[in-house]
Design a protein around this ligand. Structure first.
Ligand code: PMP
Length: 410
């Protein structure tokens, strides 16, 4: 794959930032979108716009068809069946949907245990804290090692027959560490627990198959994988989904509603519609399906290999500069995310200086405070994260700018 060819599809790379060519290394926060996605969204609103599922007119039927065709494309991409994919707003909403559905369905109840890890993004932590509180369930947190690897010993120690769900990230948005999610899900199942995988950082960057990883839930965001903001997904294994009650019901989620004087009842639609009450983001689903087709055309294996080259080069440059790097040295266990600090400067100061040279990175705690504290970086880190359109040349420039920043800091 040729990143220089790929970049031609991304209009944003023709703009300047502070008079410099944009070097976009903030892909773990959100990716850029290719022209194919932008045009599909515009075309939907220009030529096809109607609400789905409710009317019999031509536009409504064609919008419904587009929405369901998009579901099929995105579900197939993950090895799932179309009725196993619920469209949501983003990973955060997907995880809340899963957590609250386990609560309202009585699967998480008083005295049961919910297992998360210290590596989680707040979006895979706070929903469980709230649901545990509501259910009077107990939260158990699996520890990480000094360099940010998950402690599998601690996982085995804390997993019990009271565990109802294990919620774990596939890849860390701070260190890029990839967790052995298949082993975790299989082990959870042995104890009768369900397994939720946060795929926000893995689905965009590697081939993810829900059957291989044995997840019961998989959450992800469209905006991190070339799709628009405001669309994401929650895979729910079909047999499980059929058993669950929807936590956020409303119009479009029911087959029948009846109200007698002071008592109303509802019969839910089948999967996935019972989880999709209200008007969905049809253009977003379409945009995401076009993004998925774009990624598939290039090949997830090629994207992963390209990012690995960028990661290796990035690590080489940063180690050469003697900056503090977080996470394991072994690139085999990581996606293209590099967290570091320069002594004598805060992460925000470094990010601002990089920005003045047109280089976009993220700084701070990356919505993963328990992890950055554990890594010994209470102020957070500077994070550079890569995607298919980044080049080795951009990394060279990044290295040169960092060299100057390091001199300023000393
Ligand atoms: N989990 C992980 C691992 C993430 O990196 C992110 C986004 N930074 C999220 C969850 C939340 O994603 P979103 O903001 O799209 O809901």
């Amino acid at each position: 794959m040729n990143p220089y060819e790929i970049r031609k599809d991304f209009p944003i790379f023709s703009r300047k930032v502070h008079g410099k060519s944009l070097i976009y290394f903030d892909n773990a926060a959100t990716s850029q979108r290719p022209i194919q996605v932008l045009e599909a969204i515009e075309n939907f609103y220009r030529n096809q716009n109607a609400n789905i599922g409710r009317s019999v007119h031509e536009l409504a039927l064609s919008a419904t068809e587009t929405y369901e065709a998009s579901r099929k494309i995105v579900a197939t991409f993950l090895g799932a069946k179309p009725d196993e994919l619920v469209f949501t707003k983003n990973t955060t909403e997907s995880i809340n949907m899963a957590a609250y559905s386990l609560l309202v369905s009585g699967i998480i109840d008083r005295g049961s245990e919910i297992m998360i890890t210290r590596m989680e993004h707040h979006s895979n932590l706070l929903p469980w804290v709230t649901v545990a509180k509501l259910a009077k369930a107990e939260l158990r947190v699996v520890e990480v090692s000094d360099n940010g690897r998950l402690s599998m010993d601690d996982f085995y120690r804390k997993l019990s027959d009271k565990t109802r769900v294990v919620a774990v990230t596939h890849a860390s948005n701070v260190t890029g560490v990839v967790n052995p999610v298949r082993e975790i899900c299989e082990e959870a199942h042995k104890h009768g627990a369900l397994c939720l995988v946060d795929g926000a950082q893995s689905v965009p960057h590697m081939k993810v198959d829900v059957n291989t990883m044995k997840a019961d839930f998989l959450a992800f965001s469209g905006h991190k994988m070339l799709g628009p903001m405001g669309i994401g997904g929650l895979f729910i294994r079909r047999e499980l989904g059929e058993r669950l009650d929807p936590p956020f019901p409303g119009g479009g989620a029911i087959s029948l509603v009846g109200c007698e004087v002071d008592r109303c009842t509802a019969e839910w639609l089948s999967m996935p519609h019972k989880f999709e009450a209200g008007t969905p983001n049809v253009a977003g689903a379409l945009g995401l399906s076009v993004a998925v087709e774009y990624l598939e055309k290039i090949g997830l294996e090629n994207i992963e290999a390209h990012e690995k080259r960028l990661l290796e080069k990035g690590m080489e440059i940063l180690s050469g500069l003697g900056v503090k790097l977080y996470g394991p040295e072994e690139t085999r266990e990581r996606i293209g995310v590099l967290s570091f600090n320069i002594e004598g400067m805060t992460p925000h100061e470094v990010a601002q200086l990089l920005d003045s040279e047109g280089i976009a990175v993220r700084s701070g705690h990356h919505c993963a405070l328990p992890l950055v504290k554990r890594l010994g970086a209470p102020m957070g880190t500077v994070r550079a994260s890569f995607y298919l359109y980044n080049t080795l040349e951009e990394l060279e420039t990044f290295g040169e700018v960092l060299r100057k920043i390091k001199i300023l800091a000393s």
